[in-house]
Write a protein that binds this ligand. Structure first.
Ligand code: UDP
Ligand code: MG
Length: 299
């Protein structure tokens, strides 16, 4: 079976040659290696081109600027021709010797096999938040993985082609695939310390990762029926706002009291307006959802 190895690269100049060497020692000549240079500014692209010049089974594509890991992976998936697609990081932390294990597990009948950096070689300040995130992701999106964001993964061709990510959603590929009905398993992998270059994701990954988790949860729950999310909120606000306004109208019209100085007036009007807004948001969501076709995955 032909393998396509997809590797996103962003400023990994010193890692490229050793990585290529390790890869070629493991791969079959019929397998292909697809490097996507994500707008590197350190000469990574030139180094990749140099490797491709000598090896016919190496494909190199380069973005003109940095679009992010998700975009690089998408570009790689669209170019992959193998029946199994394997993604790995370019930073030498993933060990190419693990590739046969991924293939063996995938061939047991799964659509996705995700690596589990069991003895992760990163600082505690990275390992701990990662644990919390994985726990949250498991709880919210029901996937059977300990290390969902591991860059080392194997996909069937069909699963790889079904991945649709933008921004930094690559962290949640398993959640999105599971929602589309793909099956998955994980294997423990050897993880190595980063020797050259620096990590591309800083502490802002925590905030962004959390927002993305909310996006994924929303997409996979209400993505095709947004009014079911916005409607109930709008309804509660509108009803409470309407009740408050009715009481104030009674006070003013029947009892003849002045209501201009009552804080409740402000709240009533606010809830009415917000209620209408939430409803409108839901309806606009329904319009957008109808205008874009849902891609349904067949067996
Ligand atoms: N990467 C990329 N584009 C980016 C950031 C990262 O293609 O904008 C690549 C990077 O070169 C590496 C992989 O994605 O091959 C994972 O990045 P990194 O090792 O910095 O992430 P970490 O392992 O620290 O989470
Ligand atoms: Mg890394």
């Amino acid at each position: 079976m032909k393998l396509s190895i997809v590797i996103p690269v962003y400023n990994e100049r010193q890692n490229i040659e050793p990585l290529a060497k390790e890869l070629f020692a493991v791969l079959d000549p019929k397998d292909e290696v697809i490097f996507i240079d994500d707008g590197s500014t350190d000469g990574s692209y030139e180094a990749l081109k140099e490797i491709a010049r000598k090896r016919p089974n190496v494909v190199v594509a380069g973005f003109r600027r940095n679009y992010g890991k998700s975009a690089a992976l998408m570009e790689g998936f669209s170019r992959a021709k193998g029946s199994i697609v394997i993604t790995m990081d370019a930073d030498l932390q993933d060990d190419p010797k693990e590739i046969p294990k991924f293939v063996a597990k995938l061939n047991e009948g799964f659509d996705l096999v995700s690596g589990w950096k069991f003895s992760r070689q990163d600082p505690f300040t990275r390992r701990f938040p990662s644990r919390v995130f994985n726990w949250l992701t498991r709880a919210l999106t029901h996937i059977p993985l300990h290390d969902a964001n591991c860059g080392f993964k194997a996909y069937t061709k069909e699963a790889a082609k079904a991945v649709k990510i933008q921004g930094e959603l690559h962290r949640y590929i398993p959640s999105l695939l599971a929602w589309q009905g793909f099956t998955m398993a994980e294997i423990k992998i050897n993880h190595r310390r980063r020797l050259h270059g620096t990590s591309k994701f800083g502490t802002n990954r925590l905030v962004r990762g959390f927002l993305d988790l909310l996006t994924v949860k929303f997409l996979t729950t209400y993505g095709r029926r947004p009014l079911h999310f916005f409607g109930p909120i709008g309804l509660v606000m509108f009803v409470v706002g309407g009740a408050i306004s009715a009481i104030l109208a009674y006070d003013r019209l029947v009892l003849g009291q002045a209501i201009g100085g009552r804080p409740l007036l402000l709240l009533g009007v606010l809830l009415l307006v917000l209620g209408v807004q939430f409803f409108s948001l839901g309806f606009i969501g329904e319009l957008i959802s109808r205008a874009t076709e849902e891609k349904r995955e067949l067996k």
